[in-house]
Design a protein around this ligand. Structure first.
Ligand code: CUA
Length: 153
């Protein structure tokens, strides 16, 4: 009887196809494009640099300031950032729980913060003003309250 053999082969290749699809989706789709490294979301508070969120002036790098930024439901740390106009800023960000957004309103800075991943963005702040950092990924009941203020002076 060949029918049984064909049926087994058909089912087998379908299962194999689904497994391959699942593996590739996990590898490619799981990591946001801005993500560079892995961090355990439950350990964010204890792991450098996220144990000290905030803005720091740096020397000897191609950027002038580093901003370490942590998102959690429903809070951004730090809640306020002030930086001199013309500075080059490197943002390193992650989330402690669910997916959050990081969009600087009025600029093209837009990142997705995914639990487990470190997202990075480097930009030069040429325009003075107050820019609201908002969450553009729906993350729960407090989603609309998530904000931080970037002041370029
Ligand atoms: Cu955080 Cu929406």
């Amino acid at each position: 009887r060949y029918e049984k053999w064909w049926l087994t082969l058909g089912t087998g290749s379908l299962i194999l196809f689904l497994i391959i699809l699942g593996i590739s989706a996990f590898h490619q789709g799981h990591q946001p494009p801005s993500a560079k490294a892995y961090v355990n979301p439950e350990q964010v508070d204890k792991i450098a640099p996220f144990n000290e969120p905030g803005l720091k002036k740096v020397e000897g790098k191609t950027w002038d300031y580093e901003l370490v930024f942590v998102a959690s439901a429903f809070l951004y740390t730090p809640g306020e950032i002030e930086i001199p106009k013309g500075s080059t800023l490197k943002i390193t960000a992650t989330t402690k729980d669910v997916v959050h957004g990081f969009e600087v309103a009025g600029t093209n800075i837009n990142m997705m913060l995914e639990p487990g991943f470190v997202s990075e963005y480097t930009t030069t702040l040429d325009k003075a003003g107050e820019f609201l950092i908002v969450c553009n990924e729906y993350c729960g009941v407090g989603h609309h309250t998530m904000k931080s203020m970037l002041r370029v002076v």
